[in-house]
Design a protein around this ligand. Structure first.
Ligand code: SF4
Length: 243
């Protein structure tokens, strides 16, 4: 978040402005429900990890997460969630032995602590350890997040070679999995990169607002003059007369 907009980082992370926290949205509820169902299915014994059981787990989680959310949006998200779970059973190894599920991990580095929640860890058929992060929707891969997963995963599993993946559960094509092979040099580079980032954040005295198209969806917009000015000066389709 710091690289995308230091001012947003200051408001949400450093100041922890509760008035800017986004209310629960249908997209967030879908993500939470899918994560919960995929956590619970791997706690069952392999013969019980069926499509029907996965859909039952999704439904139970959905009913909790979608309390208070518009019914039409809920229906749309249910259809997306159901499709994602069916794709999961069709495409993924339902017998995989999870090494951990939804685990919150910490690693102490010399000047700070790295922490994060890892969705799942397992071993691939070739024996390599594999950290998997489930994604719903179209979120782009985040380099810093992957580096943090590499640091946490290698420390937790005591390995210096592993795979780290994003699994886009709603996709069917070749871009369903985005996987990075991580070795000792990548882990060292990840530690260096996270250390640099922490140093840059600590040295920043201004936390400038970086405006751009994402301002339109930013929860900090109500208190951000730079974002408001940027959007006020950005032409919209209705300002242009296309013939
Ligand atoms: S509205 Fe734009 S400039 Fe302002 S905090 Fe959000 S992303 Fe940054």
């Amino acid at each position: 978040m710091y690289d995308r907009c230091p001012y947003k980082f200051k408001l949400l992370v450093l100041q922890g402005r509760k008035d800017l926290v986004q209310p629960p949205s249908a997209a967030l509820a879908l993500g939470t429900s899918v994560h919960k169902a995929l956590q619970e299915i791997f706690l069952l014994s392999p013969p019980d990890r069926t499509e029907q059981r996965l859909l039952e787990l999704l439904k139970a989680s959905f009913l909790r997460e979608f309390r208070g959310i518009d019914r039409d949006e809920m229906q749309q998200m249910w259809d997306r969630g159901k499709k994602a779970m069916r794709l999961f059973v069709q495409h993924e190894d339902m017998e995989a032995d999870a090494l951990f599920l939804e685990e919150i991990l910490f690693v102490n580095l010399p000047d700070f602590t790295v922490s994060g929640k890892l969705d799942r860890g397992h071993r691939d058929p070739d024996g390599k350890h594999h950290i998997v992060d489930y994604k719903t929707g179209k979120q782009l891969p985040d380099q810093m997040q992957l580096q943090i997963y590499s640091i946490l995963g290698s420390d937790h599993l005591s390995v210096d070679e592993l795979r780290v993946s994003y699994l886009y559960v709603e996709r069917e094509g070749n871009d369903r999995w985005i996987t990075y092979e991580v070795g000792e040099s990548e882990i060292e580079a990840a530690i260096e990169s996270v250390t640099d980032q922490v140093a840059r954040i600590s040295a920043d005295k201004n936390y400038p607002a970086l405006t751009g198209p994402l301002c339109d969806w930013c929860q900090c917009l109500p208190v951000c003059d730079a974002g408001k000015t940027y959007l006020a000066n950005t032409p919209s389709e209705s300002d242009l007369a296309f013939d």
